[in-house]
Design a protein around this ligand. Structure first.
Ligand code: SAH
Length: 376
C-alpha cells in the first residue's frame, strides 16, 4: 500500500514546517502559551480542540477569549496540509487524500473503513530513499522527512471526516494507524516516534488511539528496530521482507545489502520478545520473481515457531513496471506451504486499487496535471 510519486520527485519540499502543537509534549505547549502572556491552561484547551474535536479553526474555539484566539492559533495551530485531491471508492468507505505541504511537497494518506474498524494509512516522508524497484515511491527518491505534526495531521483529518459523518456508516473514530504510506518510517525516527506518542497519548496530551492499534512498517533498518524495541511501546512492527534469501532481497529491497535477512529477522524476534507483539512479515507476491514454492518453504522454515504473521500482498504494478501480481494458483500454493509450516498467513485485501490507493500513483498523476482548486 505504498503511496507513491511514480517517477519524479515533487516540486517543493525544501523547508522546515512551522511549529505546531502536535510537535510538542503538552508541557512544552504550555510554555509556548505562557510565552504569549496567556495562562498555561489554554494549552490544554487548544489541545482538546485539536485532538478531541479535530479542529484548528480559532473562530470555533468559543472557550477562548476572542482576543487570544488569533495569536494562539497562529503560534500553535498553523495549517500544515492542504488537500489537493480526494478520491474515494468502495461506496465512499475508502478515501484517499493527496496533500500539499506548506512548501509544496505532495504526500498521500488513505482512510479505510471496515465493519469493525477504521484504519488510516499515513505517510512519514515525502518520497522515500529506500529505492525498492517495485515501489513507485521508491523510484522518486526522498524529498524530505515529515514533521511529527505533519504525520499526526493526516490522522486528525481522517478523524474529522469520520466525526462529521462524512464517511458512510455513521459517525465513527479512527481505530488503527499504519505507517504504510509514503516513506520509510524508521529513517525518520524522531518524527515518527513523536507521532506515535501523540497519536496514542490520551486527550489532551494526544489523540488517545491504542498503541496496539498502531503499526510501524519498515524495510528492515536493524539499529532503528532495536531502538524502537527499547522504547517499550506496544506498537506492532511490520517488516517488509519480500524475499527469504539475500540474493533476491538484495535486489528487491536494496538496503538488504547493508542488513541481511538473518539480521533483519533477528531484530524482529528481539522486537517480539521485548514487546510481546507478533511481528507482521510483509511479502508482496510478484509473479515468477519471489512466488516460487521453494521460497514459500524457505520463508516457512525461517518463521516457523516465531511470534510472526505473514501478510501477503498481491503486487500492485507501478506504471511502466515489468512486474505483476502472482497467478492465483501460485498464490494459493504459497499460502498452503506457509500454513504447512504452521505459520499464520493472510492475503491482504487490495482496497482502493481503482483510486491508486494500494500503491498510489495519485501524486504522480496530479503532478502531471494542473493543480485542482485546494480545499481544506
Ligand atoms: N517503507 C516502509 C513503509 C511503506 S511501504 C516499508 O517498506 O515497509 C508499505 C508496504 O507496501 C511495504 O511492505 C512495501 O514493501 C509494500 N509495497 C511497496 N510497493 C508495493 C507494490 N507495488 N505492490 C504491493 N506492495 C507494495
Amino acid at each position: 500500500m505504498p503511496l507513491v510519486l511514480a517517477g519524479r520527485p515533487t516540486a517543493g519540499g525544501r523547508g522546515r514546517p512551522p511549529r505546531h502543537l502536535a510537535d510538542l509534549p503538552l508541557a512544552e505547549r504550555r510554555a509556548v502559551v505562557a510565552g504569549l502572556g496567556q495562562p498555561p491552561f489554554r494549552a490544554s484547551q487548544l489541545s482538546r480542540h485539536f485532538f478531541g474535536r479535530y479542529t484548528d479553526q480559532a473562530d470555533e474555539m468559543s472557550d477562548l477569549p476572542r482576543s487570544a484566539r488569533g495569536p494562539l492559533a497562529q503560534a500553535l495551530l498553523p495549517r500544515l496540509l492542504t488537500a489537493e485531491r480526494e478520491l474515494s471508492c468502495d461506496g465512499g468507505t475508502t478515501r484517499k487524500t493527496l496533500w500539499r505541504t506548506f512548501d509544496g511537497a505532495l504526500v498521500e494518506s488513505v482512510l479505510m473503513r471496515y465493519p469493525d474498524r477504521v484504519t488510516m494509512c499515513v505517510s512519514s516522508q515525502a518520497g522515500c530513499g529506500m529505492a525498492c524497484p517495485f515501489c513507485a515511491t521508491g523510484q522518486a527518491g526522498l524529498t524530505r522527512n515529515l514533521s511529527t505534526a505533519e504525520i499526526v495531521a493526516q490522522v486528525v483529518a481522517g478523524a474529522r471526516l469520520l466525526a462529521d459523518g462524512e464517511v458512510p456508516g455513521g459517525p465513527g473514530r479512527v481505530s488503527n494507524v499504519v505507517f504504510m504510506g509514503m516513506g520509510e518510517p524508521l529513517a525518520n525516527y524522531a518524527s515518527v516516534l513523536g507521532a506515535v506518542r501523540r497519536l496514542t497519548e490520551p486527550v489532551p496530551e494526544g489523540m488517545g488511539i491504542s498503541q496496539r492499534s498502531v503499526t510501524v512498517s519498515t524495510v528492515g533498518l536493524v539499529p532503528a528496530i532495536a531502538r524502537l524495541a527499547a522504547e517499550r511501546l506496544s506498537v506492532t512492527l511490520a517488516v517488509s521482507l519480500h524475499a527469504p534469501d539475500d540474493e533476491l532481497r538484495d535486489t528487491l529491497v536494496p538496503v538488504n545489502r547493508r542488513w541481511k535477512v538473518p539480521e533483519v529477522l533477528a531484530a524482529a524476534w528481539d522486537y517480539a520478545a521485548a514487546t510481546g507483539r507478533r511481528v507482521s512479515i510483509e511479502y508482496a507476491l510478484i509473479r515468477d520473481i519471489n512466488d516460487q514454492a521453494w521460497r514459500a518453504d524457505l520463508l516457512g522454515s525461517l518463521l516457523a515457531g516465531r511470534l510472526a504473521h505473514v501478510n501477503l500482498i498481491p503486487l500492485n504494478p507501478t506504471p511502466g513496471s515489468k512486474w505483476t501480481a502472482s497467478r492465483p494458483a501460485a498464490q494459493r500454493e504459497f499460502v498452503r506451504r506457509l500454513e504447512a509450516h504452521g505459520v499464520p498467513v493472510t492475503v491482504r485485501d487490495t482496497r482502493g486499487r481503482e483510486i491508486d490507493g494500494a500503491c498510489g500513483q495519485l501524486a504522480a498523476s496530479a503532478s502531471a496535471r494542473p493543480p485542482a482548486p485546494a480545499s481544506r
